[in-house]
Design a protein around this ligand. Structure first.
Ligand code: PMP
Length: 441
């Protein structure tokens, strides 16, 4: 299958050779890399994408989950086209800022918002807000979770760890070079889906004089495939953080606008103190947001925290976000996504059952995956212990060779767009069945 894929992507191979001259590693972001070369994209329309070799593919990658609206959506195109002749950037407030903040406020039930340009900026600023509000430095995150590329959260992602007593002592490993040890030392991690472990760690940290400013987490983990919260877990986390006076941040960069109109906050009915958004918010243009309670966001309003950015609330991004919220991500759109996701999850699960594969299909909102594993994945530890990376790799190759475009990271989930159809879903399930058939031949 890899030979087949390489033969289909010779144009990308040539482009990669050229790209390496002046682009470090041949790509704009390390996330775009894959061996032996990345796939260079030419265009997208609705649920489809075309690479430079002319391969037409159903897009289940969807720009790392940003394109839940589908590619080149006419409503977003209209908003951009109307905005462009009036100027695209002033570094000043525009009316769309107000409209988008109002809309997000009603979807999340959080009254105060600010804008950024990316998920990393949103989590960086949210953590700063939490630190200023509490007057503390320590950050508690979930083991294995990704929250963007700034130093504080580039810790305890995708590394092996040992448990000594109750201490996850490798939790303080930085993810890559260039991250100061002093910053790493302020970030701690606990396993997902274990509220008792979280509270025990908080009590230990308090005793050591490192009371956390915040817990930053995804309400459903989206970088080990999809890992859903066990019943009662989020409620327990909400209760623990409240009792210990710790700001709870739901990082909804992936879940926000994708798993429900009001993201994980609405879906699971647990309200954090701060929420971070990006990806789907801009409908293909860079936009991020931080939402919060009156009380916590007061540190922004009273200028305790300098929350800024030249391009924050960029008019083009805000016009796209406004159109996306008002015209595209409607209640009907979420009903359509739910229908499609049921179909793909049930279709994949039927294949797993028929061919007796190790694993299960899981989905929520517009997102899901097949988790190849001998046991249920509930956190990073069970993921590492049981994940069948070989099968995930094969599934990825089978998909690409059958016109199903997926992210280069095999642990990423699919994202459906509102423009996907039953036909797209059936193509995905058919590619999966081709793999299952060959595996059990
Ligand atoms: N938080 C989460 C949960 C994410 O998945 C990501 C990106 N995958 C980020 C933050 C960072 O977002 P960005 O890449 O826009 O900086």
């Amino acid at each position: 299958e890899s030979d087949k894929l390489n033969a289909r992507t010779q144009g990308s191979k040539r482009m990669f050779a050229e790209a390496k001259e002046h682009l470090s590693g041949g790509v704009a972001s390390s996330y775009q890399l894959r061996d032996p070369w990345p796939i260079y994209i030419e265009r997208g329309s609705g649920p489809k994408i075309w690479d430079v070799d002319g391969n037409e593919m159903w897009d289940f990658h969807n720009g790392f989950g940003a394109m839940v609206q589908g590619h080149a959506h006419p409503a977003i195109g209209r908003a951009i086209a109307e905005r462009y002749p009036k100027g695209t950037h002033f570094g000043c407030a525009t009316e769309d800022d107000i409209i988008v903040a109002d809309e997000l406020s009603s979807r999340w039930g959080l009254p105060k918002w600010r804008f950024t340009n990316s998920g990393s900026e949103s989590t960086m600023d949210a953590i700063r807000i939490a630190r200023a509000y509490t007057g503390r430095d320590t950050v508690l995150k979930i083991f294995g979770s990704y929250h963007g590329h700034h130093d504080t959260v580039m810790v305890s992602i995708g590394v092996e760890y040992d448990q000594i007593g109750d201490h996850y002592h490798l939790a303080s490993l930085p993810y890559g070079g260039g991250i100061p040890q002093a910053t790493v030392d302020m970030t701690y991690a606990v396993p997902f889906n274990d509220a008792d472990a979280m509270e025990r760690r908080i009590i230990e940290l308090e005793a050591e004089g490192h009371k956390p400013a915040c817990v930053i987490m995804e309400a459903a983990m989206m970088n080990l495939g999809v890992v859903l919260p066990e019943p009662g877990y989020l409620e327990a986390v909400r209760d623990i953080t409240k009792r210990h006076g710790i700001v709870l941040i739901f990082d909804e960069v992936k879940t926000g606008l994708c798993i429900a109109a009001g993201g994980a906050t609405e879906k699971f009915g647990v309200k954090p103190d701060l929420v971070t958004l990006a990806k789907a918010l801009g409908g293909g243009l860079p936009a991020g947001a931080i939402g919060g309670t009156e009380e916590v966001m007061r540190v922004v309003e009273d200028h305790t925290v300098y929350q800024v950015g030249t391009y924050s609330g960029n008019p083009l991004s805000m016009a796209a976000a406004r159109a996306s919220l008002q015209e595209v991500l409607t209640p009907e759109a979420y009903a359509h996504l739910a229908h499609l996701n049921d179909r793909i999850v049930n279709g994949c699960q039927a294949v797993i059952d028929k061919y007796d594969l190790p694993g299960y299909a899981v989905g929520i909102g517009s997102k899901g995956c097949v988790t190849f594993s001998d046991q249920k994945v509930v956190d990073y530890e069970t993921y590492k212990a049981s994940q069948r990376g070989d099968l995930a790799e094969l599934a990825w190759l089978y998909n690409l060779n059958r016109g199903i475009f997926m992210t280069p990271g095999r642990e990423e989930e699919w994202t459906l767009s509102v423009t996907h159809t039953d036909e797209a879903i059936d193509a995905y399930v058919a590619a999966f069945e081709a793999l299952a058939r060959d595996l059990t031949k």
